[in-house]
Design a protein around this ligand. Structure first.
Ligand SMILES: [Zn+2]
Ligand SMILES: [Zn+2]
Length: 298
């Protein structure tokens, strides 16, 4: 039994926690089932965050969203906000398999940048369009609200969402999520060393990410892979991502968009090398590869 001091400590820890972040999938471009991908997971981009006052936000709707939906329908229906970075398949394809979509009582709000598509509604609708999917979006059970006019900043409950362009083919944007003085930055796909239309320079991203508590950022490639075949595809070399985290003074860095061919042992090796870069810079920034199932308190 915890004594009075133990209870106070527990209370303090609970009050200090303001956002619970869960990783549902961090794989890049295509899902990767198979025993060699078990520890980091094979589902594509999806992350949820829940504030201590009960606001629930989903960041991107990759295949990781399916598992989260299966968990949500075991509890009473609730309101869920989707914040979508861009329309590439690996970031939206989990949406038609999100079970709360088909249940009455769930209220789904959608926020996204319109420059990656004609509208947020069009982006979501296309994932269920005939002849590629058998159920039309107009026949679902949940109540849907599309917030088409998302400016550079919007509010979801007490959460402040600021957006910033990604440097990525076909556009899209990353987000700074602020709540009770804590902050999470989400750039699942980004190649800031390449001049994609609408993208910004390293200095712009350093400024946007400055002093964040958690930086989630694309770190798909090794330098030699990038040089050989993937320059201009919209993704970063992990050492560039570590440099961004260090220059921005991030407290914690989560390396995202794990390459589809990188098996668990190779992801371990990349993590070790990334941490060595952080250590060599004399920084105390925490640095991990993202793994499905990871829960982080921000
Ligand atoms: Zn992607
Ligand atoms: Zn993309």
């Amino acid at each position: 039994m915890p004594g009075a001091d133990g209870c106070q400590l527990f209370l303090k820890a609970t009050l200090a926690m303001s956002m619970k972040v869960t990783v549902w999938g961090a794989r890049g471009s295509v899902p990767t089932p198979g025993v060699e991908y078990i520890r980091y997971g094979g589902d594509t981009t999806c992350m949820s965050l829940e504030t201590d006052d009960g606001t629930l936000v989903v960041l991107d709707a990759g295949t990781g969203l399916r598992r989260f939906g299966s968990e949500l329908i075991r509890k009473p229906p609730r309101r869920i906000a989707f914040v979508l970075s861009h329309a590439h398949w690996d970031h939206v394809i989990g949406f038609p398999f999100f079970k709360p979509l088909y249940r009455k009582g769930f209220e789904l709000d959608f926020y996204g940048c319109t420059h990656a598509q004609a509208s947020v509604r069009a982006m979501v609708e296309k994932t269920m369009q005939a002849p590629f999917f058998p159920v039309d979006l107009s026949r679902v059970g949940a109540t849907l609200t599309f917030h088409e006019r998302c400016g550079d900043e919007c509010m979801i409950g007490d959460i402040v969402v600021q957006r910033f362009p990604m440097s990525h083919p076909n556009g899209g944007c990353g987000f700074r999520i602020g709540y009770k003085g804590r902050s999470l930055i989400f750039f699942p796909d980004n190649e800031f060393t390449f001049d994609h239309q609408g993208g910004r320079s390293l200095a712009g991203y350093v400024n946007f990410c400055a002093g964040c508590n958690l930086l989630v950022h694309d770190a798909e490639y090794r330098a030699e892979e990038y040089a050989a075949f993937s320059r201009g595809w919209g993704h970063s070399i992990y050492t560039d991502t570590v440099r961004l985290g260090l220059e921005a003074g991030a407290e914690r860095l989560l390396l995202w968009h794990i390459n589809q061919d990188r098996v668990d042992d190779q992801v371990d090796a990349l993590q070790t090398e990334a941490r060595a870069v952080v250590l060599a810079a004399g920084s105390r920034m925490t640095c991990d590869m993202a793994a499905a199932g990871m829960v982080i308190e921000v």
